[in-house]
Design a protein around this ligand. Structure first.
Ligand code: HEC
Length: 140
């Protein structure tokens, strides 16, 4: 009997911890998305469009989750350091150069990245700024 109570208490405790972690992550996700949206409007929207539709041949769309998913671990570096290589997004090749944003802090890179990967039909979930910081240290 006593053992069952201990077991039940333990299980409840574990469930409680899981639920509170998930809630914290949902709150963080919402915060990152709303800050990221402001950064996007200020720094990215001119080229990538209000709805991530891109700008003709000049800037690729951000609505293609294939590129974003395949390059998940590179996105932070692309956002911070820009990009200058031919890439294919939604079957089209883009060759223009994306500028670097050295003024963005690690947390701002994380926020705008989480916004982009959870807007425009994307749904990649949360990435913490600690994860982004360690990705940024390994940019090639
Ligand atoms: C001056 C125009 C310009 C601005 C401003 C700009 N980009 Fe880009 N972006 C580009 C171009 C051009 C490419 C493709 C670069 C290449 O082919 O080397 C690109 C590529 C990307 C990619 C990878 C390709 C894709 O479609 O998924 C991401 C992600 C991205 N940009 C995010 C951002 C974010 C976030 C910002 C704001 C912090 C931003 N860009 C600001 C022009 C821009």
């Amino acid at each position: 009997m006593r053992l069952n109570i201990i077991k039940a208490t333990f299980i409840l405790l574990v469930i409680g911890v899981i639920i509170s972690c998930q809630n914290q992550e949902t709150i963080d996700l919402q915060n990152y998305i709303s800050s990221g949206k402001d950064i996007y409007k200020a720094k990215c929207q001119n080229c990538h469009g209000e709805n991530g539709e891109g700008l003709g041949q000049l800037a690729p769309p951000l609505t293609d989750s294939v590129f974003l998913k395949h390059n998940k671990n590179r996105l932070a570096c692309i956002i911070k350091n820009g990009l200058n290589e031919a890439i294919t997004v939604q079957g089209k090749t883009y060759k223009e150069k994306m500028p670097a944003f050295p003024e963005l802090t690690d947390i701002e890179v994380a926020q705008v990245m989480v916004f982009v990967t959870n807007a425009f039909g994307n749904n990649q979930g949360f990435v913490s700024y600690q994860q982004v910081s360690s990705q940024l240290q390994q940019c090639k």
